[in-house]
Design a protein around this ligand. Structure first.
Ligand code: DAT
Ligand code: MG
Length: 177
């Protein structure tokens, strides 16, 4: 229904490549409503720093940057913990700022997965975010929740309740029932 919400994030590569604006524009022009947004850099926990130093020995990670959000990514990507690419995924996701957003609208979870494109940009259709802006699975620019339950879980993980706004868009009646 029209109040469905999903979590969209511009990953560190998307921020570095100045793609934040173009990604936001696509969701706005589709007719979705932005109800929350923030920029942050997830800090590295001591344990993750160790995992990452094993995964990439040329990198020195400053363990003194341990902060409150150290567990955020491991919860966000809990299903991927056993994958061989998991340590480098955490390393990449903590390498710079991300922009996390909550978008609302009719069928937004499924529609935004279509807009974002397949996980591996090699197969992503032109016209999708990944199909237009990326070539490699480990630098695929954007995150989008993959189910209603996943969206609910991820939104609660990244946002406090009061950071999400209920507001009326003046064109809402022209966009969905
Ligand atoms: P998605 O981001 O499309 O939901 P996912 O949840 O399966 O995909 O994986 C999360 C991220 O992990 C994905 O965006 C990029 C990374 N990833 C997935 N499969 C990978 C692989 N085979 N090699 C490297 N990174 C991968
Ligand atoms: Mg996923």
């Amino acid at each position: 229904h029209a109040r469905e919400r999903t979590l969209i994030a511009v990953k560190p590569d998307g921020v570095q490549r100045r793609l934040i604006g173009q990604i936001i524009q696509r969701f706005e022009q589709r007719g979705f409503k932005l109800v929350g947004m923030k920029m942050l850099q997830v800090s590295v926990s001591e344990m993750n720093a160790f995992t990452m130093s094993v995964c990439n020995s040329s990198v020195t990670v400053d363990v003194s940057v341990v902060k409150v959000s150290e567990d955020l990514l491991s919860q966000h990507y809990s299903e991927l913990r056993a994958k061989p690419f998991y340590p480098s995924l955490l390393y990449y996701m903590t390498s710079g700022p991300v922009v996390v957003m909550v978008w609302e609208g009719h069928n937004v979870v499924q529609t935004s997965r279509t807009m974002v494109g397949t996980t591996n940009p090699t197969e992503a259709q032109p016209g999708t975010v990944r199909g237009d802006f990326s070539t490699h699975v480990s630098r695929n620019v954007v995150h989008a929740s993959d189910s209603l339950e996943g969206a609910k879980r991820e939104i609660q993980l990244w946002f406090q309740g009061q950071e999400l706004l209920n507001w009326d868009c003046c064109d809402q009646k022209s966009i969905s029932e």
